[in-house]
Design a binder for this molecule. Structure first.
Ligand code: ATP
Ligand code: ZN
Length: 226
């Protein structure tokens, strides 16, 4: 059995769209921290709740491996990695505990402005660039569309102009980036926002009570924001 732990460790994005709002939300729950010199770790002072500052893509794995107890991450990242993080019984090792109301975006299919869009069958045999190959692959299978998924780690929106792909599947918020690349959104695969992710089973030590306290405060703060 793993050693009992009496501090809660939350993974948040180190620098990016979700870092400031995540810290602000946790601070509004009454948490305060002392930061380590390397800015990797924040030691909880008001409550035994520490922060680990990491890349957002690492957060699902850190929770699945038990390195962190909770995480604040986009639903898009959680969903993309969900199918890889399965326990022996075949269920995902973490789940979405709460939607947090910031970091809203959509995972959309976008096609060149010049296409006259007629539906998903139009994607048959096309190359679709994305950083979300698992979600796109699952959606294509569901649609019964055989297409060529081109996995890219960044700058997906320029792939059609470079001739690397015919269409893309990417995160969209305002749509300005798509428009600047002569693309238009035609379908939404996922509505996303930042979420609090946690394990699918309860903690068996002091962390359970800490997590319950944090959730009560968080629910209070989220209700006020509505
Ligand atoms: P990291 O260095 O941590 O890997 P990143 O570049 O992958 O950072 P960000 O661009 O900061 O991540 O995006 C973090 C999250 O913000 C996304 O996963 C998504 O949930 C959300 N988000 C909201 N709007 C957008 C948008 N327009 N484009 C990309 N992500 C968005
Ligand atoms: Zn990332």
């Amino acid at each position: 059995l793993p050693a009992a732990r009496d501090r809660l460790r939350i993974a948040i994005q180190k620098s990016g769209r979700l870092s400031e709002p995540a810290r602000a939300l946790l601070a509004s729950c009454g948490l305060s921290w002392r930061e380590s010199r390397d800015r990797l770790f924040c030691y909880g002072e008001s409550l035994p709740v520490d922060l680990l500052l990491v890349r957002d893509d690492d957060i699902p794995g850190l929770i699945a491996d038990g390195v962190c107890d909770l995480g604040i991450v986009g639903r898009n990242v959680l969903a993309e990695q969900g199918s890889q993080r399965i326990d022996d019984a075949g269920s995902v090792k973490y789940r979405e505990w709460r939607a947090l109301g910031f970091g809203a975006c959509r995972l959309d299919i976008a096609v060149p402005d010049s296409w006259e869009w007629s539906g998903s069958a139009q994607l048959r045999g096309k190359r679709i660039a994305t950083s979300y190959p698992a979600l796109l692959g699952a959606w294509l299978r569901e649609q019964d569309v055989v297409a060529d998924v081109v996995p890219l780690s960044g700058s997906v929106e320029i792939a059609p102009r470079l001739g690397q792909a015919d269409a893309i599947c990417d995160l969209v918020s305002s749509g300005a980036t798509l428009a600047a690349n002569q693309l238009k959104p035609v379908l939404t695969l996922l509505q996303s926002e930042a979420v609090l992710a946690g394990p699918a089973v309860p903690f068996v030590d002091a962390r359970e009570e800490l997590a319950a306290l944090l959730l009560r405060r968080l629910d209070g703060v989220l209700r006020l924001k509505d």
